[in-house]
Design a protein around this ligand. Structure first.
Ligand SMILES: C[S@@+](CC[C@H](N)C(=O)[O-])C[C@H]1O[C@@H](n2cnc3c(N)ncnc32)[C@H](O)[C@@H]1O
Length: 386
């Protein structure tokens, strides 16, 4: 599933497929929400203060999955693809965190063999080579691998970095084992269009027993926001278009998650940790989960949407390092994922929205390789005073 991106962009895309609403309501008297105990965590920003290929061109016209289109999006050098690559590299929260993790923890890399999963331009491999790695295998499935080879050569690292063009799942590494796996695999909503399974595949095939995966922790959070202005401007608009009811478009536009930045002043409730994944230990199936949540209002307000975001951490560093994609942290290219509610809720300070979020791989016959996830939220009100 592709979340629509950027509500500030009038050309924002949304999936063309019809799908049922994913947020279901249950009300106060609904038994399933009574007596739930929840682990509640307020996320803190850990962002720094300083400052996408494969697909054989011969296969054009063959049945393509959305995973193929994902790889394709990195593989030819249209202006859009170059912009996407540059956007990722310019995302200083993202790229500088990786750089700091690698440069400030050279003890992890000195004389070690590194595997860079999904190397893109080779930027992470270059960081690792500079940090003293004995050898870096940079695997990239798109045409960008050719550029990466050139970049490695121009920067004088051809003796340390070997760029391998191909899918991790299909290539042969010249070594039996690696000491470190580094990858930037995260997608919108953490798991949409992500490469987690590719990293887990590489880990299970090549990582030594005491090996390190960077990053090794990823956590998904949920909060709730007031967003009247946007809803009125972009969604309620369809109720009356020059006197005509076009609300069928409104329903469609609200069904898809929206990727956009949320102002922290819009946050009405606490932020709830839904799930933490340990990339060094987890099984692929652990990415499917149902997590309960309890969002307690911190003020009287309306609630228009739930907002999901993630943190990643590198726990093997001298000093715990990572970044957050949350609304209270410096913005990243992942922004946040906004899930609009069909009905506007009113909530008083201390009242809670309780429910659960379920995520599972969106596998279909039409899209057998799709790395997307599907999701559903079950939700109801809860007044802790009663
Ligand atoms: C998010 S980009 C990260 C690029 C680079 N590591 C960086 O940090 O700038 C992910 C890259 O992984 C590549 N990729 C995705 N799936 C892959 C797979 N199964 N095998 C090899 N590369 C893959 C994509 O083509 C894309 O270039």
């Amino acid at each position: 599933m592709n979340p629509a991106t950027d509500k500030n962009n009038d050309n924002a895309t949304s999936s063309e497929t019809q799908r049922p609403r994913k947020i279901k309501f249950a009300y106060e008297d609904d038994d399933q929400f009574q007596g739930e105990t929840l682990d509640e965590t307020v996320t803190e920003s850990s962002n720094l203060d300083d400052d996408a290929l494969m697909c054989d061109p011969d296969e054009i016209g063959a049945d393509k999955t959305s995973a193929d289109y994902y790889f394709d999006s990195y593989s030819h050098f249209g202006i859009h693809e170059i912009f996407t690559l540059q956007e990722m590299l310019k995302d200083a929260v993202r790229t500088k965190t990786y750089q700091n993790v690698i440069y400030k923890n050279t003890f992890l890399f000195k004389d070690k063999v590194v595997l860079d999963v999904g190397a893109g331009t080779g930027i992470l491999s270059l960081f690792c080579a500079k940090a003293g790695a004995k050898h870096v295998y940079a695997v990239e499935c798109s045409q960008m691998a050719d550029m990466a080879k050139e970049i490695v050569k121009v920067n004088g690292f051809s003796n340390v970095i070997t760029v391998l063009k191909g899918k991790i799942e299909e290539i042969e590494l010249p070594v039996a084992q690696v000491d470190i796996i580094v990858s930037e695999w995260m997608g919108y909503f953490l798991l949409f269009e992500n490469m987690l399974n590719t990293v887990l595949y590489a880990r299970d095939k090549w990582l030594v027993n005491s090996g390190v995966v960077l990053p090794d922790k990823a956590s998904l959070y949920l909060t709730a926001i007031e967003d009247a202005e946007y809803k009125e401007d972009k969604i309620e608009f369809w109720n009356n278009v020059y006197g005509f009811n076009m609300s069928c478009i409104k329903k469609q536009s609200m069904m898809e998650p929206l990727v956009d930045t949320v102002d922290q002043n819009q946050i009405v409730t606490n932020c709830q940790l839904l799930k933490t994944m340990d990339i060094s230990k987890m099984a692929p199936g652990d990415a499917s989960f149902t997590a309960p949540f309890k969002l307690v209002a911190e003020r009287d307000d309306y609630i228009h949407a739930l907002v999901a975001y993630f943190d990643v951490t590198f726990t093997k560093c001298h000093k715990l390092t990572g970044f957050s994609t949350g609304p209270k942290s410096r913005a990243t290219h992942w922004k946040q994922t906004v899930l609009y509610l069909e009905d506007v809720l009113t909530i008083c300070e201390g009242e809670a929205l309780v429910g659960s979020m379920t995520m599972w791989p969106a596998v279909s016959e039409a899209k057998p390789l799709d790395a997307s996830f599907d999701w559903i939220v079950m939700m109801g009100y809860f007044d802790p005073i009663c």
